[in-house]
Design a protein around this ligand. Structure first.
Ligand SMILES: [Zn+2]
Length: 188
């Protein structure tokens, strides 16, 4: 099973978003992660029984939603946490906390045509706490799929994210799910 998890709670009590040709500028954590996952969903191309999407609650407080989801994760499942990241990059997205050699191999095969950085650790200077910390107790096969946000602390203020990053993250999710058979082969 592929679990795609994006937290849907936020720290914001009002809406703040502008858009120019290249960027979304405003409150993005984690509207932009949810939006990317929904773009993948509404492409109509994720319709496989092995894909599960969870828009979780409680991430900003005590990870309550992720704890519930984790109860159903098994050790061979692939878990993708879609969230903002402040890790500096010129690429379209950043993969963090990807420690499994199998998952690294899978990602390199499947995302050949994408521009991204891949880390085993989490260089995000704003926060290295995300839902991966919950899910990694259930499976070794996980990573954080980060939408690069710059210009401040995404927990507190407006930041900016490339519109292209949203499109590429959404396409990457589709390609990952479509190639699930390849992941299963690498597991065996
Ligand atoms: Zn977040």
């Amino acid at each position: 099973m592929v679990f795609i998890s994006a937290h849907s709670d936020t720290n914001y009590k009002h809406v703040k978003l502008k858009k120019d040709n290249e960027f979304y500028i405003g409150h993005l954590d984690n509207y932009v992660g949810v939006y990317s996952v929904m773009k993948a969903y509404f492409s109509g191309e994720l319709g496989h029984k092995h894909v599960r999407i969870e828009l979780t609650y409680g991430e900003e407080t005590d990870f309550e939603g992720a704890l519930e989801v984790a109860e159903e994760i098994e050790h061979n499942d692939l878990v993708i946490v879609v969230d903002v990241t402040a890790t500096p990059t010129k690429k379209d997205f950043v993969i963090e906390k990807c420690v499994s050699p199998i998952v690294q191999h899978f990602i390199k095969d499947v995302l050949k045509n994408y521009e991204y950085d891949l880390y085993g650790d989490c260089p995000d200077p704003v926060s290295n706490l995300d839902e991966v910390e919950i899910y990694k107790n259930k499976t070794k096969h996980y990573f954080s799929l980060g939408l690069p946000c710059e210009g401040g602390d995404y927990n507190l203020e407006a930041v900016r994210c490339k519109i292209k990053s949203v499109d590429k993250v959404s396409m990457a999710l589709i390609d990952i799910c479509k190639n699930y058979d390849h992941f299963i082969k690498l597991l065996n």
